[in-house]
Design a protein around this ligand. Structure first.
Ligand code: ACO
Length: 324
């Protein structure tokens, strides 16, 4: 028998304020048409003043608990993926832990930018397999609007705020790829590419939060090449082929990257979960948001094979294969 991390519930939260592409036409040399055709993004949500990353994450976590039919007292551990924490410390995870009223177990943050949720799932899977937790909340939550340079048209039109969460629960499986739950993971990073996508501030350098800087076209090329490769590797580890995939749940950065990845995997777009038009790039929140939105639409059936993949600053990238 093998301990498997099975998804018991999903939830998400998006701030109420929705900003469409036209908004940027008034302040920058850009157009709705450019943003739509180059990225697939039509609108995004922005947090209100004073609304923090932990506020968003807590609402998503509560929604996931409600969906799972569980209460905070059932949770052993909280793992949060974020690059936009409320404070330098304590972790967003401990803030959400106390906000939900959880008084036991452990909580910590993982920072792998847009790949953060895949890294957080890998952490949760390892904790669960090691017997350190039976039920975990894994949350991706971001307020990237706080690190935008609003004069830089090549970045500020791309990102949005939001949060998604899943409850993972231990279940006994047979140990083969017919089990429900996380079947395989693939994680990678290569710090030689750290200058392609970074924030130009921080505690130990400038003492400021800084602004996001990106060489978009170079990141684009790495994304197209690396995302299909990591998805294939994780599928190989799971002993599954792309034909057996029911749903691709990609990081929602750019529709053209998503289409290229699906093409390289031989998957039709009907098998791809898409939220990029409505959310923009929400970094570590993008995959759990997409999971929760698709789940609430009833898109996943028990037994479906899902592949989620992401790449972001670092560069850091990876993928996960799970059976719903
Ligand atoms: N409106 C109008 N023109 C623009 C805009 C804009 N908002 N932004 C850039 N341009 C211009 C550029 O200035 C450039 O003009 P030039 O030719 O006169 O110099 C032209 O458009 C082409 O620029 P490129 O950067 O080559 O455009 P590209 O087709 O590559 O699209 C984009 C840019 C959308 C950023 C794309 O490269 C991309 O999506 N990259 C990957 C982003 C990503 O996936 N990031 C990973 C995760 S993010 C994270 O980890 C935080």
């Amino acid at each position: 028998m093998t301990r498997r991390a099975v998804v018991r519930g999903t939830g998400h939260y998006l701030p109420e304020r929705i900003v469409d592409n036209k908004h940027f036409e008034q302040m920058l040399d850009t157009t709705d048409e450019w943003i739509r055709t180059r990225t697939g993004i039509e609108r995004r949500h922005f947090a209100e003043d004073g609304q923090t990353t932990s506020d968003l994450g807590m609402r998503a976590a509560q929604a996931a608990l409600d969906k799972a039919g569980l209460s905070a007292a059932d949770i052993d551990a909280v793992i949060v993926a974020t690059s936009t924490p409320d404070l330098t410390f304590p972790s967003v995870a401990t803030m959400i832990q106390s906000g939900l009223g959880i008084q036991r177990g452990f909580a910590y943050d993982v920072q792998a930018v847009c790949a953060g949720f895949v890294y957080a799932l890998a952490n949760a899977d390892a904790m669960l397999r090691a017997g350190l937790a039976d039920r975990l909340l894994v949350i991706g939550t971001e307020t990237f609007s706080r690190i935008m340079d609003w004069t830089d048209r090549s970045t500020c039109v791309l990102f949005g705020d939001g949060a998604g969460a899943v409850v993972l629960e231990a279940a006994e499986g047979k140990g083969d790829n017919t089990d429900r739950g996380i079947l395989a993971l693939d994680l990678n990073s290569d710090g030689r590419y750290r200058d392609l996508l970074y924030v130009d501030g921080g505690v130990a350098s400038t003492g400021t939060a800084g602004h996001l800087r990106m060489q978009g076209n170079l990141v684009f090329r790495h994304a197209v090449e690396k995302l299909a490769a990591t998805a294939h590797l994780a599928l190989d580890k799971a002993g599954l082929s792309p034909e057996q995939v029911d749903w691709l749940v990609p990081h929602q950065a750019n529709l053209r990257i998503i289409e290229a990845t699906a093409r390289r995997m031989g998957l039709p777009m009907e098998k791809v979960v898409l939220t990029v038009a409505d959310h923009g790039n929400t970094s570590a929140a993008s995959i759990p948001l997409a999971l929760s939105v698709a789940d609430s639409r009833g898109q996943f059936k028990p037994g479906d094979v899902l592949v989620a993949e992401a790449i972001g600053g670092g560069l850091a990238w990876g993928s996960v294969v799970l059976r719903w």
